[in-house]
Ligand binder design. Structure first.
Ligand SMILES: Cc1cc2nc3c(=O)[nH]c(=O)nc-3n(C[C@H](O)[C@H](O)[C@H](O)COP(=O)(O)OP(=O)(O)OC[C@H]3O[C@@H](n4cnc5c(N)ncnc54)[C@H](O)[C@@H]3O)c2cc1C
Length: 403
C-alpha cells in the first residue's frame, strides 16, 4: 500500500499541521473529521517560538504575522491591586534568543490559516462528518471503518493512521486504550472584546498574568490588535464534564469582585465560554504498529504553560520527520516518535501542573511566590530555554535513538 494515504483522523491543530507536513514531504494524506463544519470557536492561544518556528517552516509565516500579535512583554501583576511584580521582554527578546517569534493568535484564525494551506496544496482530501468505528491493520496497511453523516459504513485503506482527534480520542479506544482524561479541578473562562471597548488603564500590547487567591487570569491582544483576550482560571472541585459551555458574566464578576483593575474589562465582555480543564498522564505507548496518536489525544497539557497546541505542532513535525527516516516502515517510524517525544511531553505536562499549583497558592505562601517572581524580574522567561529552544533543525543527521 505504498501509494495509499496516511489517514489523519481529526482536523484540529495537530491533524492539520500533520497533514501539511506530510504532504509537503511528498506523502499522500487523507483527513477525516467528525464535525461537518471546520470553523473554530474558542478564544486566544499563545504560540511560543518552539511552535511558531514549525509553522513558519511550513510556509505559514506571512499569514501568521497578519493575524497574530507579538506582545512586547510578559507582565506579572497582582489581581487585586494591579501592582506589577515583573516585566519580562517578549517580542524582540524572543526573536533574539530563539530566532522565532512569541505570538498570540485567535484559535479560529490559526485553524483557518492551517486549513487554507491544507486546501491550497490541492492534494489533501478532507472527509467531514465521519466517525471512526473500527481499525484493522496488518503488515501491508490499515483499514479504517467509519460512519458517514447518513450513518452508512465506509472503509478507507491507508499505509498508516494518525489519531489526532483530541482530548477525548476515540482512536485511542479503537487501538485498545480506552483510558480517559479526567477533570483536573479547574475551569477556564474565556472571552474576547473589541479593542475599542478595552478600558484605557490596561496595557493592551502586552501579555499580562494576573495572580490572586481567587484564581489567575491572562490578558493579551488578538487579531492584529483588533481585539483583546481574557482567560480566567478558577479552582472548581466539581467541574462539569464537557468541552465548553456558556458562562455568566455576573458569576465571574462576583468571583473577582476584589480585582478592581480587571473588573471593567469583565464588564465590557458580552459573553464567556467556560472550559473544564482535563488532565491525564501521557499514554505509555503512542503507537500500535502503523497507527499512532499525537496532540491532546496522547498528552493533553493543562493551559498553565500555554503548550498544548505547541506540543501538538511539534508532534506533527516530528512525525513527518520520522516517516522520512523510515519511509516504508511506519511502525518503526511511530515507535521512534513515541520514544523521542514521550519524555518531553511528560516534562511539559509536569511543568504545567506545577505552574497551576504556583499560580493558585493560598496566602501566605503566595507572598513567597510573589517575592521570587519580583526577584526574577526581566529574567522570568530565561528558565525556559529547554522549552522554547526546541527545534527539528539538525535532527535528520542524528542516529535514531538520539533523534
Ligand atoms: C483554556 C485553554 C487555553 C489554552 N491555551 C493554550 C495556549 O495558549 N497555547 C497552547 O499551545 N495551547 C493552549 N491550549 C491547549 C490547546 O487548545 C490544545 O492542546 C490543542 O487544541 C490540541 O490540539 P489537537 O489537535 O490535539 O486537538 P483539538 O484541537 O481538540 O482537535 C481535535 C480534532 O479532532 C476532531 N475529532 C474529535 N473526535 C473525533 C473523531 N472521533 N473522529 C474524527 N475527528 C474527531 C475534533 O472535532 C477536532 O477537529 C489551551 C487549552 C485550553 C482548554
Amino acid at each position: 500500500m505504498a501509494d495509499a494515504p496516511v489517514i489523519v483522523v481529526g482536523a484540529g491543530i495537530a491533524g492539520l499541521t500533520c497533514a501539511l507536513a506530510l504532504a509537503r514531504s511528498g506523502r499522500p494524506v487523507t483527513l477525516i473529521e467528525k464535525r461537518t463544519h471546520l470553523e473554530e470557536v474558542g478564544a486566544g492561544l499563545q504560540l511560543s517560538p518552539n511552535a511558531s518556528r514549525v509553522l513558519i517552516d511550513l510556509g505559514l509565516g506571512k499569514a501568521l504575522m497578519r493575524a497574530a500579535c507579538a506582545p512586547l512583554s510578559l507582565d506579572v501583576v497582582l489581581g487585586r491591586s494591579g501592582q506589577r511584580l515583573a516585566r519580562a521582554p517578549l517580542a524582540d527578546a524572543m526573536m533574539a534568543r530563539y530566532n522565532a517569534p512569541y505570538l498570540v493568535i485567535h484559535r479560529a484564525d490559526l485553524q483557518q490559516i492551517l486549513l487554507d494551506h491544507v486546501r491550497g496544496l490541492g492534494v489533501i482530501p478532507i472527509h467531514v462528518g465521519r466517525t471512526p468505528q473500527h481499525i484493522e491493520q496488518d503488515e501491508h496497511g490499515v483499514t479504517l471503518t467509519m460512519t458517514n453523516q447518513q450513518g452508512d459504513l465506509e472503509h478507507l485503506n491507508g499505509q498508516a493512521l494518525v489519531g489526532a482527534d483530541g482530548l477525548h480520542s476515540s482512536v485511542a479506544g479503537l487501538l485498545g486504550d480506552p483510558s480517559q482524561a479526567r477533570p483536573a479541578g479547574y475551569q477556564a473562562w474565556r472571552g474576547t472584546v473589541p479593542m475599542r471597548a478595552v478600558p484605557q488603564h490596561l496595557e493592551t500590547n502586552r501579555t499580562t498574568l494576573w495572580l490572586g487567591r481567587e484564581g489567575h487570569a491572562v490578558t493579551y491582544p488578538l487579531q492584529g490588535g483588533q481585539s483583546f483576550n481574557l482567560v480566567v482560571v478558577t479552582r472548581e472541585k466539581s467541574a462539569e464534564q464537557g468541552w465548553s459551555r456558556e458562562g455568566q458574566t455576573d458569576v465571574l464578576r462576583a468571583r473577582l469582585r476584589h480585582w478592581s483593575p480587571l473588573l471593567p474589562l469583565i464588564e465590557a465582555m458580552q459573553s464567556f465560554k467556560i472550559w473544564t480543564l482535563y488532565d491525564r498522564p501521557p499514554r505509555a505507548r503512542w503507537n500500535k504498529g502503523r497507527c499512532v496518536l499525537i496532540g491532546d489525544a496522547v498528552h493533553p497539557v493543562l493551559p498553565f504553560l500555554a503548550q498544548g497546541a505547541a506540543l501538538a505542532i511539534e508532534d506533527a513535525a516530528s512525525l513527518s520527520l520520522c516517516l522520512t527516516r523510515y519511509p516504508d516502515q511506519p511502525a518503526e517510524a511511530f515507535a521512534t516518535l513515541s520514544r523521542i517525544r514521550h519524555v518531553r511531553a511528560e516534562r511539559v505536562q509536569q511543568q504545567a501542573r506545577r505552574n497551576g499549583q504556583i499560580y493558585h497558592l493560598p496566602w501566605p505562601l503566595s507572598l513567597a511566590r510573589d517575592r521570587v517572581i519580583a526577584q526574577k524580574g526581566a529574567g522570568l522567561m530565561e528558565d525556559y530555554d529547554w522549552l522554547y529552544g526546541w527545534s527539528l533543525a539538525g535532527k535528520t543527521a542524528l542516529t535514531p535513538p538520539a533523534l
